[in-house]
Design a protein around this ligand. Sequence first.
Ligand code: HEC
Ligand code: HEC
Length: 393
Amino acid sequence: MSKHENPYPGENNTGHFWDDEQDLRELNNRPPRWYMQSMFVGLIAIVFYSFYFPSIPWFGDHYKGYADENGKTWTMITEMNESVAELEAYREKKFAATEQAIADSSLEDIVRDDELKTYAIKTAKTLFGDNCAACHGAGGQGNAGFPVLADDDWLYGGSLAKISQSITNGRKGNMPARMLGITDAQAAELATFLIETGKGTHGNPNPASKALYMMKGCIGCHGPTLAGNQMLGSANLSDSIYRFEAEDQHASVVRTILHGVNQANNPETQDAVMPAFGHSKVINATQIKKLAVYVHQLGGGDPVKPAPKKIKVSKDGKYNPVVAKSNSFADIVAAAEANYKKNLAQNSAWRDTGKMIKEAKKTKDVALAKKANTQAVNALKQASVALTAGPRF
Ligand code: HEC
Ligand code: HEC
């Protein structure tokens, strides 16, 4: 900034110059009229808005204003809530049929129907995030103490029905502490044995420890092959997948053996309680179905068998029997012959129909002609049952 004398003394400037040539300078003019006018309009608007809309907060409350919406004072929150309700109503209407189809279908049928399955999975994702992810992880990948839902190592079973039961009724594993007076040393031995067994061909389980496993009653719940029992939710001990993970897996297994699972009054017991969602008001039965389908496809659900094939009855005219025009012998024979012809075309003729017609014609036997016709009609009905019918002989 230059400190020279003001070269423009008569001018209404502030004396501040911004360049050496002293021609970039600060003037002291009135702001433009349009600028001032907008400012006053703005000020008036502020006063108007402050009175009209809720404003000025005071002790735990605020000025309510005059803006009215259906008799209630307007606030942004009520406006948002109304928009959300409107959206929900729209969604409900739009997806009502699909929701109903989910409610009405069995879990298997939902999985077999691509559209229902996709809908169930998409809507269950949020439900899972809200209700399950805190324990089981966002993608069902599990957390320490909470089982993985995205693999096929199930405590209670990976069929749709079992998964649905787990969610509806909850689960609570039960393993007694210190079975039959196990000592600390025996617990350590068992833990080593289990961990080594879990390593498969790379492990070196001590065969003598297997006797201890049997003697102390572990076999009763975890079975002779250590594979566990899904009826009891007793974990598979042979696969090195640990339900109660820990940095020191050996110590964790020892703890499980000494303090059990879900044992009351044992502060060191392993806690393992899956809440029962069927009895809570948090989610409804349809939502449980969606969640079961969702968990089932996370990675480890038992395969769902294809639906039994429905027998299709052909609508093709080829199978429509010709009806006799009257009860006269000639008409009945004509119908029998026409139907027998269709039988031959379908490869479904009964062996003796042709012979019967010939015989009836020779003897003019009405009863025999009727019998032949009935037989030909039956053969046609049989042939029309697509896929299941073929030549009878
Ligand atoms: C408070 C934590 C918690 C919440 C919330 C929770 N779970 Fe669980 N869940 C568990 C525990 C713990 C177990 C294992 C129970 C046991 O070991 O006996 C389990 C077990 C399961 C099983 C059986 C797994 C198997 O291997 O057989 C399924 C399926 C399951 N949960 C699904 C869900 C779904 C779906 C939700 C949400 C609606 C949910 N869980 C919410 C803790 C939870
Ligand atoms: C009354 C049945 C019962 C008996 C007896 C029993 N267990 Fe268990 N055990 C369970 C159940 C149930 C679980 C799984 C708990 C859960 O996840 O909810 C379990 C879990 C375990 C686990 C944890 C596995 C993991 O994945 O983290 C170990 C280790 C174990 N048992 C070892 C033993 C040993 C060793 C014995 C014998 C001393 C034994 N159990 C006896 C029912 C039993």
